[in-house]
Design a protein. Structure first.
Length: 275
């Protein structure tokens, strides 16, 4: 009975993480009410989710507001940059696509640099707040790192985009689920998105994970070490298969006759016939 309620039990850790995500989602919604504080709120949200992904036992309330305070001005600055530049370039696309009476056809070429700038804004949004929550750096350096990481980890960038637009896609295409999705957003979905993104971002950032041995003791492991362990397991399995094959071939050689002996007998028969 005590083992079922042990904090190291996988089921208990799963339930704990579930309620932690619900709690941090409510904190995020509450601190986002002024709108301008969405940036620091995202930093706090990502900090808690990255801790959960890393296997750390974290106090949600304390961790969230500690990061909210520590990254307030940087998160606020990054959010205002994303909000203003994103709104500006979206308005530019609106003029290009829907205001043909104002713009001649020559201006349609402007859509390509506008789309490029929107892509840069998207890259900063996907990686920026998690970087602020994980590393101490200047705002300018953090934004440059966002661009580099998004290009280096392009498959992860695609997954982050899918995670963030999936609910909006369902909301736009399944009208019957709109009210349910609104409630899901308020109670769980913001934290769920950040948690799913944190799984990929944790690996992209090369952060350490807390692992537990069978005796309950903790140790840190990086993603590279985990990949090496998996490769070593595969190599050990292949070595065992090769050993089995070698043993089988040795048994066949023991049962059969030596081909060199056959060659010697053939040569002796030929010599005798010549004589």
């Amino acid at each position: 009975m005590n083992g079922a309620f042990n904090s190291d039990n996988p089921m208990m850790r799963l339930l704990t993480n579930f309620f932690n995500l619900m709690f941090v989602n409510l904190l995020f919604v509450f601190t986002c009410i002024p709108i301008v504080t969405i940036g620091p709120s995202l930093c706090g949200l990502y900090k808690v989710c990255l801790c959960i992904v890393g296997g750390e036992d974290t106090e949600v309330f304390k961790t969230y507001f500690k990061e909210f305070k520590a990254s307030f001005w940087k998160g606020l600055g990054m959010w205002m940059i994303i909000l203003t530049t994103g709104a500006f370039f979206i308005y530019e696309l609106y003029l290009i696509y829907f205001q043909n009476d104002r713009l001649s056809g020559n201006f349609s070429l402007l859509q390509y640099p506008v789309w490029l700038m929107l892509l840069i804004v998207l890259q900063i949004f996907l990686y920026g707040f998690a970087l602020l929550a994980s590393f101490e750096n200047s705002l300018k350096k953090t934004m440059i790192n966002c661009l580099l990481l998004s290009i280096k980890n392009f498959p992860i960038t695609i997954m982050l985009v899918v995670i963030w637009i999936f609910t909006a896609f369902i909301y736009a295409n399944v009208p019957d689920m709109q009210y349910m999705l609104i409630g899901f957003e308020l109670f769980f979905n913001f934290a769920l998105r950040a948690y799913l993104c944190s799984i990929f971002l944790h690996k992209a950032f090369g952060l350490k994970k807390i692992r537990y041995r069978k005796d309950g003791s903790e140790y840190e492991e990086s993603w590279e070490e985990e990949d090496e362990d998996e490769d070593s397991d595969i190599d050990s399995d292949s070595d065992e298969d090769e050993e089995i094959e070698e043993e089988g071939s040795d048994e066949e050689d023991d049962d059969g006759s030596d081909p060199s002996d056959d060659e010697e007998t053939d040569t002796e028969e030929k010599e005798s016939s010549d004589d």
